[in-house]
Design a protein around this ligand. Sequence first.
Ligand SMILES: Cc1ncc(COP(=O)(O)O)c(C=O)c1O
Length: 397
Amino acid sequence: MTRRIVTPMIDLETVRAETPGCDEIIHFNNAGCALSPHPVTHSVISHLQLEQRIGGYEAASQAEKEVANFYTQLAQLLNCESSEIAFMESATRAWQSALLSLDLKAGDEIITAGNEYVGNYISILALARHRGIKFRTLALDADGLIEAEELDKQLSKKTRAILVTHIASQRGDIQNIKAIGEIARAEGICLLVDACQSVGQVPLDLQEIKCDFLCGTGRKYLRGPRGTGFLFARDQSTASFIPPVLDLQSASWDAAKSFTVKKNASRFESFERNLAGQIGLGQAVEYANSLGMTHIAARIQSLADRLVVGLQSLQGVRVHELSERRSGIVTFSKTGTETGALQSHLHQQSINTSISKRNNARLDLDREMQGDVIRASLHYYNDCSEIERFIQVIDRF
Ligand SMILES: Cc1ncc(COP(=O)(O)O)c(C=O)c1O
């Protein structure tokens, strides 16, 4: 497929100037943890300094506007209500809280797929081992995608949840969550989407994506601080689901022997949290909103296309994405080279990448690969000269 060349509408000079790391390194590890822009770092440090000066609780009272910004910006990014968003410490905690709020019983079934994130899959295995939950794992098709029709066939009366990772950590194919959402909605089955690698990378419209829960993390394509994440819980379909852990934020203690759980997504939140991180994540989402997700996605896509073409032109290099639904995550290997040694060599040349390990993708990479693969993940602030340099270093290694 030839992709349309989209003129990126992002002012590269400005975004690079606001990303100090660009002067020092070539950062192709955005799927691990992206470089935060100045306004994000500034907002985090300012709040920490305020806490240092006047006290943590007092700083929280003064920062109500900045905290509220997190909900309004994320609601704008995802096209949902701000009351449907909970701040979480990580995507893993968000995903687990959502799934456990379904109050699954022995014999209930859940469905996942071969691209599932390692942490999520371990939780599924634990649910099966300790609580008797049954699960099915859909094999990916030859293009590395989940076939919606195949998923439909696997549903049974006992299916309580469909779990889908939108873009996997180990490989950059984009799953068709809209088609999966249609099936889940038609069957009345809860759909939980892991959008860790897609939020901030591709547009997500929750009026079009018919999921009930969606979780994301702050540090990756959103460019937020570490230790931050979020959960979207659709009001219409999840209001009666009670999170596995409650506290004074998620519920109120009405009388000595009674309590009421909050109605909106804040029932998934904890009272204690990294407030500076939450404010910083709000800033990061505001930054993405101001650039526009369509522009961000188009620029990432055109950079990734360029990288793939460059890699494919090199002898012995194989790109491992299988479909035409590719993202900014590009995985590859080079015949005769050890992945760890190549990554270290890149690191010595001030180029950051990461490794997709077979052990963390046992149902996916393990099917076809002899070893681990290099993951280069691009963001809109990367540029073409960085890609050229990268290709050159790989070629010479
Ligand atoms: C697809 C996917 N899901 C979930 C996670 C976990 O996110 P967190 O570390 O915020 O829990 C990651 C992190 O790499 C991921 O890539």
